[in-house]
Write a protein that binds this ligand. Structure first.
Ligand code: ADP
Ligand code: GLC
Length: 472
């Protein structure tokens, strides 16, 4: 089958979170099964862009409302990522340094989607499947069905994967002028609660909708930021497929970001060396268990609870553990975490910012990884941490529920709790501190986790089955 993934992120070209990881890996594994999967994304100003060679494959001009512009599609020459990678260049609009966060994001991603479909219009051999990811590409299923200029694409099947339903790309009806002329009778396919809602539109118009874990799909039917009724109505075409991880990139034996590599055979020594690096860099006490957090400092991830959890843990449990936080996000959360620094007695530190290298050293050097998420569609961090022998401490929600079994249950290896509350998380910290002193048990759990299989090889087959059901 011939599949074109359309996405705002793709690792290592541009990544703001797990969406990038998934789109950077999934197509590679589809190709390994003998299919042809490609990726098209916006051309941002990234290191990857300047460090690689490109061919111009298409030049066009188009319009978005009354704004006419030219665009160029370039292709990475060597297919070094394991798939053909195409970038859409719209001068001044897409070629920015960050992926998101600009006032004109609506215009940027609408223009991106229009360019992709204009380009496809010119293809002699169309793909079998257009696979779109999240709301940034959510207008595509509507546009291929109902925009007059894309009639030649109407036969292509569309699949939407929802990585995060919290953000829906809402735009007021006054912006409908941005969308190429469509059959006006179909306005309802764009609308949700009197607003153009690209995510809702994609749920209505795509042939199949997937979510990145089965439990997340079940949760969306009662908690999806206003789309609950839609998920209930469309449940017949929704399916939950758990993400995998790219275990070739995330491998403690050869991870290029690690100074000290290790395998199951020498995991204790290898993890200790990485922990020592972290303790030196962040003035932490090597002898105490090291509990870390890596991620966006936002409410979804429960990051706002961290300052109080850390303070309460020291107060109620004693200064028996270290905490290290890596992330950026809400300024109040960043300030709360920074404010704890002067109180550290060689047992707390925080790095505000995005740092891929440090995250890898943390997955390797931490003893425990804390994920108190309120919402977690899948979560990749817990799978990375397990691959590196680091015990996840997760709230039972979404993909965390589907991937981590509590140490109190049969064959368990993680620490799980039910509520994203300071009390529940602090209790989990206490359990971690207790577990840490049972060296033999820690070792058994680490070994067990490192053998677990969260690779894409399994998940990718479910996607292929979904496509196959559409392309008969
Ligand atoms: P989400 O996509 O919701 O942020 P995921 O768990 O799916 O959550 O993926 C997060 C990805 O982003 C992981 O690869 C994680 O290591 C990475 N990440 C998040 N924050 C940072 C950061 N501050 N520095 C480095 N990597 C980060
Ligand atoms: C989203 C979700 C995260 C998931 C990732 C990749 O960003 O928040 O839970 O792992 O997408 O699918």
């Amino acid at each position: 089958m011939d599949i074109l993934h359309v996405s705002a992120e793709c690792y290592p070209v541009a990544k703001a979170g797990g969406l990038g990881d998934v789109v950077g890996a999934l197509p590679k594994y589809m190709n390994e099964l003998g299919h042809t999967a490609r990726v098209v994304m916006p051309m941002y100003r990234t290191k990857f862009l300047y460090a690689n060679d490109w061919d111009v494959v298409h030049k066009g001009h188009t319009n978005m409302g009354n704004w006419w512009f030219e665009f160029t599609i370039i292709k990475e020459k060597s297919d070094k990522l394991g798939f053909e990678l195409y970038l859409v260049d719209v001068n001044g609009l897409l070629d920015r340094e960050k992926v998101y966060g600009y006032n004109d994001d609506t215009e940027r991603f609408t223009a991106f989607q229009i360019c992709v479909l204009d380009w496809l219009n010119a293809w002699a051999q169309k793909p079998d499947i257009l696979h779109v990811h999240d709301h940034h590409t959510g207008l595509i299923p509507f546009m291929v069905r109902h925009c007059l200029k894309y009639r030649s694409l109407a036969g292509i099947k569309t699949v939407l994967t929802i990585h995060n339903a919290q953000y829906q790309g809402w735009m007021p009806w006054s912006r409908s002028i941005l969308i190429p002329q469509w059959d006006m009778w179909k306005w309802g396919m764009l609308d949700w609660n009197n607003t153009i809602n690209p995510l809702a539109s994609a749920i209505k118009c795509a042939d199949i909708v997937t979510t990145v874990s089965p439990s997340y799909l079940a949760e969306l039917r009662y908690m999806s930021n206003g789309l609950e009724a839609l998920f209930e109505y469309e449940k017949g075409k929704c399916i939950g497929i758990l993400n995998g991880i790219d275990d070739k990139v995330w491998d403690p034996r050869e991870d290029t970001y690690l100074q000290h590599h290790y395998s199951i055979a020498d995991l204790e020594a290898g993890k200790a060396k990485n922990k020592m690096l972290l303790c030196d860099q962040f003035s932490l006490d090597f002898d105490k268990p090291l509990i870390g957090f890596i991620g966006r400092l936002v409410g979804e991830k429960g990051a706002d609870l961290l300052p109080q959890v850390i303070g309460d843990s020291f107060y109620y449990i004693g200064r028996r553990m270290n905490f290290l936080v890596l992330g950026s996000g809400f300024p109040e959360v960043e300030a709360g975490l920074n404010a704890l620094k002067p109180l550290s007695q060689y047992d707390y530190n925080v790095f505000i910012g995005y740092n891929e290298g440090l995250s890898h050293t943390m997955y390797a050097g931490l003893d425990f990884l804390l994920m108190p998420s309120r919402v977690e569609p899948c979560g990749l961090n817990q799978m990375y941490s397990m691959r590196y022998g680091t015990i996840p401490m997760v709230r039972r929600t979404g993909g965390l529920r589907d991937t981590v079994i509590d140490i109190g249950d049969v064959n368990g290896y993680g620490i799980c709790y039910n509520h994203a509350s300071v009390q529940d998380i602090t209790h989990a910290v206490w359990r971690a501190a207790e577990l840490y002193h049972d060296k033999e048990k820690m070792h058994r759990i680490r070994q067990h986790m490192m053998k677990l299989d969260f690779s894409w090889e399994t998940s990718v087959k479910h996607y292929i089955d979904v496509y196959a059901a559409l392309v008969i």
